[in-house]
Design a protein around this ligand. Structure first.
Ligand code: M6R
Length: 379
């Protein structure tokens, strides 16, 4: 069943190009061009979900919460709609005041996470209880299990088509959730005309190229990351830094590492490091920074240099063939230099491999880490 891979997690990491390909083929009209007046996205969602939309609120847990944070950047930047992302376990006991014309999205790969289901149910009920039509519930689920409890609770679903995931650490379902947010953001952008058709065409073309780009990262990086992992068999703490749309990827890299290797890891927005975590740094705490071309590239490099000045060993997820990055970091995990907005699909791959190889090197049960379950069906 593992098809020659040592663990399901590694097999699932390698399935990601295929998952992204399936998502693109399922939900994008790949023949679309900027002179067409049809929606390039084929999610098949009802128009009334989107009428007069003013806000989006998303509830999720764990890795699904990280995918939702990427989704927030996409919905805000491509479609211009203010978006809030909440931990389901927080939202259910301290919900935000009701906002008008709001789309509520629950994101859960299993479709069975108790906190996410309870948060959605609570939101549905409190909105149904108001007479004001502007506050009426509009609920959407993003899940890998279209037959799950989530699908029975909410009227509209985006099926992420990642195939069953066995490893407790989510990898291919994360990528598929992120893909769902690209499609949703593009769908909204098309409906609201917030992007020039040429820009939509460009994003579609980049999304079409993603499977090949992920394959290239897997092929070029795995051997090196396996070697690099040898350096960290005794390491006790890691810091992951990112900014903008790659901040959630720093969180995800840290979560993957702690889940399966039991190493303490923190993800932080790179600019926040100087407000506290920098005190942790010394030669024993490696720092992984994601520095991709775009609005915050120089800023992340200078944040990384601050860490270097404290003797931290610096690992950079950086664009291929980038001299400045080569100069800054001790170890490089290069990915193709794509549009900043698309970069999370690539930057997460070396971080998944890093977590996997460190845990495998430590001889741990990668697919079934201690104290964790694939679906968390209790509060
Ligand atoms: O099934 P869900 O997506 O709702 O699961 C949410 C979290 O329990 C889950 O993402 C957890 O954090 C994973 N083990 C992460 O790898």
């Amino acid at each position: 069943e593992k098809q020659g891979f040592k663990h399901f997690m590694l097999k699932e990491i390698y399935e990601q190009p295929g998952v992204v390909r399936t998502c693109v083929e399922t939900y994008l009209d790949t023949t679309w061009s900027s002179d067409r007046d049809t929606n390039p996205v084929t999610l098949g969602l009802a128009d009334d979900l989107f009428t007069d939309l003013e806000h989006v609120q998303i509830v999720a847990c764990g890795t699904s919460w990280h995918a939702s944070l990427v989704g927030k950047y996409l919905i805000e930047q491509l479609a211009g709609i203010p978006t809030m992302v909440q931990y389901a376990s927080e939202f259910r006991y301290s919900p935000s005041p009701l906002t008008r014309h709001t789309l509520t999205i629950g994101v859960t790969q299993s479709g069975e996470t108790a906190d996410t289901l309870a948060a959605l149910e609570m939101e549905q009920k409190r909105r149904q209880a108001t007479e004001d039509l502007a506050l009426a519930p509009r609920m959407l689920g993003i899940t890998n299990r279209p037959e799950s409890s989530l699908a029975r609770l909410v009227p509209h679903i985006i099926d992420t088509h990642a195939g069953i995931e066995i490893g407790v650490a989510a990898t291919k379902t994360f990528i598929a959730q992120v893909m769902a947010f690209y499609f949703l953001a593009l769908d909204l952008a098309y409906r609201r005309q917030t992007l020039k058709p040429e820009r939509i065409e460009q994003i579609i073309e980049e999304l079409r190229q993603m499977p090949g780009q992920i394959e290239a990262v897997l092929e070029s990086q795995e051997r090196y990351i396996e070697e690099l992992a040898h350096n960290f068999s005794e390491t006790q703490d890691f810091i992951f830094l990112g900014r903008g749309i790659n901040f959630p990827i720093a969180l995800e890299g840290a979560l993957k590492l702690k889940e399966i290797s039991y190493i303490h890891a923190e993800g932080y927005p790179a600019g926040e490091m100087k407000h506290g975590p920098i005190a942790l740094l010394d030669a024993k705490v490696p720092v992984v920074a994601i520095a991709m071309p775009g609005t915050v590239y120089d800023k992340v490099l200078s944040n990384a240099q601050e860490a270097k000045a404290r003797d931290a060993q610096l690992i950079g997820v950086v664009p291929l063939n980038d001299e400045e990055a080569e100069f800054t970091f001790n170890s490089l995990l290069p990915v193709p230099p794509v549009d900043e907005l698309l970069s999370p699909i690539l930057t997460v791959i070396p971080l998944q491999l890093l977590a996997y190889h460190i845990a495998a090197r430590r001889g741990l049960d990668v697919d079934q880490p201690r104290n964790l379950a694939k679906s968390v069906t209790v509060e």
